[in-house]
Ligand binder design. Structure first.
Ligand code: NI
Length: 275
């Protein structure tokens, strides 16, 4: 794939996302009962990767920067050993792209070796692709590899099972007209049977403030829907992708490492126990 347009790239990402997340059509159908489709605007999409020089954040970012996206800011999610940057397209016609990478030296030698083995399987033409970020999982693994990685990092386990695809998309509450705020949207989703990250402890809404204590951001996300994933030793049902919702204040367009860290827990296996 030598030539690819932003339309093609986003189409490919959305195709994976909609297949890997049964919530996508469900949430769109539900919200379209109250909102014009034109009001369902994605604030950003999020991608994950491993911080290996062959496939790291900078490599994935090139898929977007070569098509006009520009780097805006970077964030350290220290608690998760993750580094992230976000990119915007100057036309304002595309969602922001938030890319994170897991610092591999935060893991044991054993886990690092497992990840190196996965990356070593990636065919050269996939590594060279201008759509690497939308190539899905270019390696095979046993379920036990997934489980071993999960003991050290939920992020590593998710990445090993799902590979290069959108981890989540994020609808902008500011663009909707029938919800007064994020709280109203979250209540509506819960009433309609969607399980939200943090719901058990009444902590669905992640908040970020400016130095005066005024809101910059509120965010919430669904718990990732479980999906069937093929491993070398059979299929398993594990957390896939999730949907996020964001309300922005004071024209703030950035992110918050604390919020992002909490939102990442939407794919944690331990959040899904008993469900
Ligand atoms: Ni997000």
């Amino acid at each position: 794939m030598n030539k690819i347009s932003l339309h093609d790239l986003f189409d490919q990402l959305w195709e994976f996302y909609a297949t890997q997340n049964p919530q996508v059509p469900e949430i769109h159908n539900l919200l379209s009962r109250r909102e014009d489709l034109a009001n369902l605007v994605n604030d950003h999409i999020a991608l994950r990767t491993f911080a290996d020089p062959r496939i790291n954040l900078e490599i994935l970012a090139k898929n977007f920067t070569r098509l006009g996206f520009e780097e805006q800011a970077s964030y350290e999610l220290a608690e998760k050993n993750v580094f992230a940057k976000y990119y915007v397209h100057p036309s304002g016609q595309w969602p922001k792209v938030f890319i994170s990478e897991l610092q591999l030296d935060s893991l044991s030698q054993k886990a690092q070796a497992l990840i190196q083995e996965l990356i070593g399987q990636i065919p050269e033409k996939v590594l060279q692709s201008h759509a690497l970020c939308a190539m899905g999982r270019p390696w095979d693994l046993n379920y036990s590899t997934y489980q071993k990685l999960q003991q050290e990092s939920e992020y590593a386990a998710w990445m090993s099972a799902h590979g290069f695809q959108m981890n989540h998309a994020t609808l902008s509450v500011n663009d909707m007209t029938s919800f007064a705020n994020l709280e109203a949207l979250v209540s509506f989703l819960e009433e309609n049977g969607f399980e939200m990250n943090g719901q058990d402890s009444n902590q669905e809404i992640q908040k970020a403030f400016d130095p005066h204590g005024d809101y910059l951001l509120k965010q919430a996300s669904t718990l990732a829907a479980k999906v069937n994933v093929k491993f070398l030793d059979g299929e398993r049902i594990i957390p896939g992708c999730y949907y996020e919702f964001i309300e922005r204040f004071q024209g703030y367009e950035g992110f918050d490492p604390g919020n992002a860290s909490k939102i990442m827990e939407s794919t944690n296996m331990r959040n899904h126990r008993g469900h």
